[in-house]
Design a protein around this ligand. Structure first.
Ligand code: GLN
Length: 487
């Protein structure tokens, strides 16, 4: 039998229903692994041991009563950006180091209602700003494939935890690539749903017009099972979309014959590591073998996406983060002289350098006289980027490309050069600007480090994305590889 921690969510679900093991046993197994191995990876900020065992016991009782669903009793780790009632929710920041959320985010409630067992809260870049998980107040996360390298960011803890088999699945958020890029660098599957498909209620806001929560798991099938629970309208989130939720596991077996997959030529022009490129070409051949037709397309405005993103995201974050003022949430400075001193020192002490950089850029871009030149202009270019996708999707069903330009880089390699760090998201950011869904799946190795390919579809076409990823995973076994030190 496969070691229990190497099983997928689907396999664990079957094991639980056949009573091969109980949820309490399963949960204890993961908690033991976290305790033993996570000193190295630092993928968790908080573990919720007694809460998890209590939940696991309850889920076993539900099963005895015949009331278990497919995810009942399965452990999960949540990114520490999701509010969890009674549990510290830090967002990777000193600012919220003492913040105990008074309510659950919708995402957390949905997983809990499905009977899932929360193991703890995962490490992340501070307020989800980063591509390497090095901006966390709680220290960097280490990539289980090579502990001298980064796991990607900002959901690096969630990705590393699944890669190291410290959790069978986890949640993340993706504002410019933070699910897909760490999934690629850690060799797992990560899905960013269409903007509005999954509720953002209780997910601490970074850039509200771009943020979207989604699943990390070993396989597309597991991601589909999770999306079945996450997706849907939420009265508490005015941007969530009231649209029927299909069963995302239903079409996974469909053939890809006749599907047209577009290859954006701009993705292969500059900055893409040659060995990563050849893995992407290999993946394209697999899709051809599966019956898909490959067609070159052009996304002419996509090279502008990083510049647009850093204006829009910074502007929105400067507004969202103004709520952290030392009065209502989190960190407050010692002995403030007056109100202004309270604001200034609480924010100066509570936020890290990257967060401060974004707040300053965003405040500048929104200020009188510069609003039109920067923010408004960026929104116009954003529309051009969205139009590119619209044109491409008039010809093709899916787009394929690299998820990130290189495999995992060394810890510290890019910390002094924010622009080179920002370029890690060159292939993922445009998807967020257009509100589209995207997914990264493992597609091979370069220098013993995993690399990912990204698939993008039309709005609300997650079924096709997952179908294509599942078919690819039936044909390949990259998603089954496990870091040597974690077996
Ligand atoms: N790396 C990008 C940034 O630093 C995207 C982060 C994200 O998706 N949360 O903003």
């Amino acid at each position: 039998m496969t070691e229990i921690h190497n099983m997928t969510v689907a396999e664990l679900s079957e094991g639980l229903s056949k009573k091969a093991f109980s949820s309490v046993e399963l949960t204890q197994h993961y908690l033991d692994r976290i305790q033993r191995l996570d000193k190295t990876y630092n993928s968790f900020i908080t573990t919720t041991v007694s809460f998890a065992l209590e939940k696991a016991k309850l889920s076993d009782e539900l099963r005895t009563k015949g009331q278990a669903g497919p995810l009942t009793g399965i452990p999960i780790a949540h990114k520490d950006i999701f509010c969890t009632k009674g549990v510290k929710t830090s967002c990777g920041s000193k600012m919220l180091d003492n913040f105990i959320a008074p309510y659950n985010s919708t995402m957390v409630s949905q997983m809990e209602d499905a009977g899932m067992v929360m193991l703890g809260k995962t490490n992340m870049d501070e307020f989800a700003m980063g591509s390497s998980n090095e901006t966390s107040f709680y220290g960097p996360v280490r990539n289980p494939w090579n502990v001298d390298t980064v796991p990607g960011g900002s959901s690096g803890g969630s990705a590393a935890a699944v890669a190291a088999r410290l959790a069978p699945c986890s949640t993340g958020t993706d504002t410019g690539g933070s699910i897909r890029q760490p999934a690629a660098l850690c060799g797992i599957t990560g899905l960013k749903p269409t903007y509005g498909r999954v509720s953002r209620y209780g997910m601490i806001a970074f850039a509200s017009s771009l943020d979207q929560g989604g699943p990390f798991a070993q396989t597309a099938l597991d991601a589909a099972m999770m999306l079945n629970v996450m997706a849907g309208f939420d009265v508490k989130d005015s941007t969530s979309v009231d649209k029927a939720v299909p069963d995302y596991t239903k079409n996974l077996k469909d053939s890809l014959k006749g599907k047209v997959i577009g290859v954006p030529k701009e993705y292969f022009e500059n900055g893409l590591d040659k060995t990563v490129e050849s893995r992407v070409q290999d993946a394209i051949h697999v899709f051809e073998k599966l019956g898909a037709r490959i067609q070159e397309v052009s996304l002419p405005s996509s090279p502008l996406s990083i510049s647009v993103y850093y204006v829009v995201a910074s502007a929105e974050c400067s507004s969202n983060l103004s709520r952290f003022d030392g009065v209502r949430f989190g960190h407050r400075c010692e002995k403030p002289r007056d109100l202004e001193d309270l604001y200034k020192r609480s924010r100066a002490e509570g936020f890290g350098d990257e967060v401060k950089r974004r707040i300053m850029v965003g405040t500048y871009a929104l200020s009188t006289g510069y609003y039109d030149a920067y923010y408004l202009k960026a929104q116009k270019v954003r529309q051009l980027i969205a139009d590119d996708f619209k044109r491409a999707f008039a010809q093709v069903d899916l787009l394929i490309g690299p998820t990130a330009p290189t495999p995992a880089f060394k810890i510290g390699e890019k910390t002094d050069d924010p622009v080179s760090m920002y370029l890690s998201d060159i292939y993922t950011i445009a998807t967020n600007l257009a509100g589209l869904p995207g997914l990264s799946i493992p597609a091979g190795f370069v220098n013993d480090l995993p690399i990912g390919i990204q698939l993008t579809s039309k709005h609300f076409d997650e079924s096709l994305l997952l179908n294509a990823a599942h078919q690819y995973q039936l044909e390949t076994d990259w998603h089954k590889k496990i870091p040597q030190s974690c077996i």
